[in-house]
Design a protein. Structure first.
Length: 177
């Protein structure tokens, strides 16, 4: 089995005094995972460091710079396309947010408060001759499942372990980590 290493940013940003989480809806014309809700990210190119790939993909997909990394989550395997995904948790600068319409159909956001109040469900989906059980998160205008659903579950556990309020970095101070 050939496993392709991929990376994503679990992107956080501040809006109206609250920390928010950003998702992308992948373009319907993409070859893999078309129309699915995901985090910005993609394949790591030859010779590229994981975090550099995550920053590059975030900039390519939504035109946002990564300001500050605050954690990583355990790698997650996609069950259909055979990708091993390494998630980074980071604050992004959304002032120049522009979705790359070749890759991203739309942007969706929720507050961290909403995430913490939302209960995950488990559903079984048919795939070829198998059934895949996956976490499903239903929000007002979209739902998250599959690898992104598993990353979101890990992220929610990570948030609860932190036991502290997240603080967005000051955008007037140019930092990138």
């Amino acid at each position: 089995m050939n496993r392709i290493t991929s990376v994503v940013i679990v992107p956080l940003f501040e809006k109206n005094g609250e920390i928010n989480l950003l998702f992308t809806k992948r373009n319907q014309k993409l070859k893999h995972h078309a129309g699915e809700i995901s985090f910005p990210g993609g394949k790591v190119e030859n010779g590229e460091k994981f975090f550099e790939a995550a920053k590059r993909e975030t900039l390519e997909e939504i035109n946002c710079s990564v300001i500050k990394t605050i954690g990583t989550l355990k790698p997650v395997m996609t069950l259909v396309s055979d990708h091993l995904i390494l998630p980074y948790i980071a604050f992004i600068d959304t002032r120049n947010l522009i979705p790359n319409d070749v890759e991203v159909e739309s942007i969706h956001t929720i507050t961290i408060k909403k995430l913490l109040k939302t209960k995950m469900q488990k559903r079984r989906f048919p795939y070829k001759r198998l059934f895949i059980t996956t976490p499903v998160w239903e929000f007002d205008d979209f739902y998250v499942w599959g690898a992104t659903g598993r990353i979101l579950l890990d992220f929610k556990k990570w948030l609860k372990k932190q036991g502290r309020k997240l603080h967005a970095p000051d955008l007037s101070k140019k930092t990138s980590s």
